[in-house]
Design a protein around this ligand. Sequence first.
Ligand code: DNO
Length: 390
Amino acid sequence: MEKTWRWFGKKDKITLSMLRQIGVEGIVTALHDIPNGEVWTLDAILDLKNYIEEAELRWSVVESLPVSEAIKYGSSGRDKLIDNYIISLENLGKAGIKTVCYNFMPVIDWIRTDLYHKLPDGTSTLFFDKIKFAYFDICILKRDNAKEDYSEEELNQVNALDQTITQKEKDELIDTIIVKTQGFINGNIKEGDQHPVAIFKKLLDLYKGIDKEILRENLCYFLNRIMPVCEEYGINMCIHPDDPPRAVLGLPRIVTDAEDIQWILDAVDNPHNGLTFCAGSLSSGIQNDVPTMARKFANRIHFVHLRSTDVCKNGDFIEASHLEGRGHLIELVRIFEKENPELPMRVDHGRLMLGDEDKGYNPGYSFHGRMFALAQVEGMMAAVKGLSKV
Ligand code: DNO
C-alpha cells in the first residue's frame, strides 16, 4: 500500500520535510481555507500540489471535498451546490488528483466525548462515553423526545451525572463534541463561534422529517449527478463510514454496516462510486466484522484508514493500539496488499505522547502518536510482503 499521511496544509505544524524523514510517500489533504460549498479553483489546487511536489511528495488523496448540508437534506438549493462540487472535481481531475474522500453524515462528522483519555502508560487517546453523550443530548441540547433513544438504566446514569457535573465540565463537553472535533475538518462550527449549541440546534432542525430512506435518496441523487465528471477524469469517490456507525441525535446515518455499504455500491453501480475503508469507524460498531467487510468490498475500496477500536458492553468505545482491537489491522494489511498493493493508506488517530501534548495538534492528529502507528503498520506491511516471498 502507498504510505500516506493526513496533512492540514501549509499552516500545519507538521511540515512536509518532517514527513519525508519518516517515510511518508503521499499526502492526504484538502483546501481547508475554502468555505464549504465554494469552488476549488484550478489555480488554488495547483498551488498546493506544486508545494507538495517541491517537497518530493505527491498529493495522493483529497480528504475531504466536503458535501454541504443542503445536498444531504436535499433542499432546492442543492443543484447549485452540486454544480460547484462538479467544477471542483473537474479542476481536481485536470490537476491529476483522482481519489476523493467525503462523507454523508448529517450535521455532525465524527463524535468523541473525551480527547485526552489517560492510559496507564502516561499517553492519552480519544474516547466515546455513551452516558456523557446522552447527557449532551438530553440535558444540554434538550432535544425533543431524546429520552426515547436511551434505556432506563442509561437515563438513571444521566440523572446521576447531572447531580455532579460542573459548569466547566459541561462547557468542555460541548467544546469537544461540536467544536474541537468539527472545526478543523471544514465542519459546521468553528473555534470562536459564539453560541455553538444554538447553531447546532438550528442545523438539527433542518433534518426534521429526513429519515434513512430520504438520506439514501439524496446520496444517490448527488452521486448520479457527479458520476459523469468522475468518469471523464477517472476520479474515484470514496465515502467515509459514519463514526460511530449508528444513528445519533435523531439523525439518520447510512454508512454503518455491510448492508448499508452494499446498498450504496449497488444503487450507483459504478466503479467510481467507492469506499474509504475506515477500519476505526467500522470497528466501533459491534455489528461489524471488519476483515470480512474488507474482503467483501475490496474491489470498490479506493482509500484505507488504518486504526482500531475496542468497544465496551455499555456502548463506550476507545481507540485501541494499532496492533490490537476490533480493527484487526494485520489481517487488513494482508488482504489489501494482496488485492491492491497500490492502495493509498493512512494511519489514523494517533495517541498523544512524547511531547505531542502541548503542540496544539488537531484532535487525533498528533505527530509522535501517528509516527509510532505508521511504524507499526510498516512492520505489518514488511512482514506480509516478506512472507509472501518465502
Ligand atoms: C476524523 C476523520 C473524519 C473524516 C471525514 C471524511 O478524524 O476520520 O473527519 O475525515 O469524515 O469526510
